[in-house]
Design a protein around this ligand. Sequence first.
Ligand code: C2E
Ligand code: MG
Ligand code: MG
Length: 267
Amino acid sequence: QLGLEIERGLELSQFELHYQPKFDLKLGRFSGAEALVRWRHPELGLLSPANFILFAEQSDLITKIDHYVLEKVCMQLDEWRGAGQRLLPVSVNISKRTLFTGNIINHLIKVTDKYNINPMLLEIEIVESPSLQDILLLLSIVKRFKNLKVKIAIDDFGTGYSSLSYIKKIPFDVIKIDKAFLDDVDIDQKARLIIQNIIELAHILDAYVVMEGVQDEKQVKMLRDMGADCIQGFYYSRPLPADQYQHFLEDNLFEIEAKKTTKRGRK
Ligand code: C2E
Ligand code: MG
Ligand code: MG
């Protein structure tokens, strides 16, 4: 029943994307956003991915959702460009099933052509997979994305079984450290040291480090001192509907300081 409803929901465009800004600590400005899917269910209201992604991942439905999301992002970038709005890269979550069986590369070429979107505006987020056998297949897919100039991120880094062997073998551009690592940083020196070391490890591999789930200023300061590149979390903003996200980019307190500095520089 749920499967049929999801399919119908996709046909009726009941799925919408919210965009969560990512703040680049070194540039002092927002450098991109993550697209996160929500289902505007006619009876149940706005449903978060927890309500349907795991279910969808049991079948090819997830591929339909992921393809839909990727096309919607291209459509949205085209719309923002048309309206002369700020265009920052957008990252899209792609499930393993979609990567391995969904012909995602062809779909990406198709939708970037259709909306005339530079693939450099897209980033793909992949959650690590427990099976080592998948590594070779994943590696070949990642290389194809990279040839198209699409960046690849490993999402929820550190939560799987194979993190370390993974990041050495697969040339990820971005490492997103799982928010669980922040859980007890305030009280636990070991928790802080682990984050610090993941950041250093990522930098050894020339990856850009995003810390997800950051909720307060103290954490931002700590992560800046540790050399993290970028922060995503409720501290800056929750995921926002497209129009609110653009308003946020136009008018937010976080970039004011950076703007002041550029103006001073120009004078
Ligand atoms: P994710 O890719 O790790 O996305 C980050 C999640 O953390 C989002 O939850 C976001 O709202 C939440 N988050 C961001 N900042 C904070 C914070 O400061 N504190 C806390 N507690 N949470 C924060 P969301 O939107 O519910 O998405 C959950 C997961 O669903 C995503 O985790 C991703 O794995 C999956 N997902 C979302 N959209 C898609 C999609 O289009 N396709 C696929 N395959 N999966 C998706
Ligand atoms: Mg993600
Ligand atoms: Mg994540």
